[in-house]
Design a protein around this ligand. Structure first.
Ligand SMILES: Cc1ncc(COP(=O)(O)O)c(C=O)c1O
Length: 205
């Protein structure tokens, strides 16, 4: 709606993904237009490197919760036992992905990528300094990729409309900013064994 008012359509949509709700809210109206052939934006999900359910998970039936109480749902999952690193983007620490987003991903109608938290906070600080808004750690994932893509377009001279959603402010996350700015933030190492163990505990169908 807002883009239509200025006569623009997005070439690229970038949204962070935890469970997939803010991402679906941003992208599904454009997905509909894409399905109708009215526009063809690239739609990209950005997940934390330490909780990569779309890019590293498996497409299988799993529980939506850690306790295993929900009905089984087909989704991209790291396994409901998977415990992600305690990154600051707590809202993205979810083992699975919404079944609808997972399905669209399987259809090849969207792409997904991951970013580590240090790169996210670098982008966050740049965004805060240029836009005057301190973003929550979750949308910094999308902001980091939007910045990467904008810089690529600048280099090639391509005109590109990039749409993202700032799904939360970071006023309660200043300790994370402090940690980043004082050089104490780390990107943890991911162990294949942790992924394998959680996937091994998927419910048997
Ligand atoms: C600020 C913020 N953004 C994004 C998310 C990600 O969730 P979802 O992918 O379900 O929208 C959360 C989840 O708590 C959040 O707090």
């Amino acid at each position: 709606m807002q883009l239509a008012k200025v006569g623009e359509t997005p070439d690229l949509l970038v949204g962070c993904t935890g469970g997939g709700s803010n991402f679906a809210g941003l992208s599904f109206p454009f997905m509909r237009e894409k399905m109708k052939g009215k526009m063809n934006p690239e739609i990209r999900a950005v997940e934390p490197a330490s909780c990569p359910s779309l890019t590293r998970g498996t497409y299988a039936y799993d529980f939506g919760d850690t306790a295993g109480m929900t009905p089984l749902m087909k989704m991209h999952t790291l396994g409901h036992d998977f415990i992600p690193d305690p990154i600051h983007a707590g809202g993205l620490r979810y083992h699975g992905m919404a079944p609808l987003v997972s399905h669209i991903y399987e259809l090849g109608m969207m792409t997904a990528t991951t970013v580590g938290q240090k790169e996210c906070f670098e982008a966050a600080v740049k965004f805060a300094r240029t836009e005057g808004i301190v973003p929550a750690p979750e949308p910094t994932h999308a902001i980091a990729v939007a910045i990467q893509e904008a810089l690529k377009a600048k280099e090639t001279g391509e005109e590109k409309v990039i749409l993202t959603a700032l799904c939360g402010h970071g006023h309660f996350d200043l300790a994370a900013y402090d940690q980043f700015l004082s050089g104490n933030m780390v990107d943890s190492q991911l162990l294949d064994a942790d992924f394998e163990a959680a996937l091994a505990a998927l419910p048997v169908m």
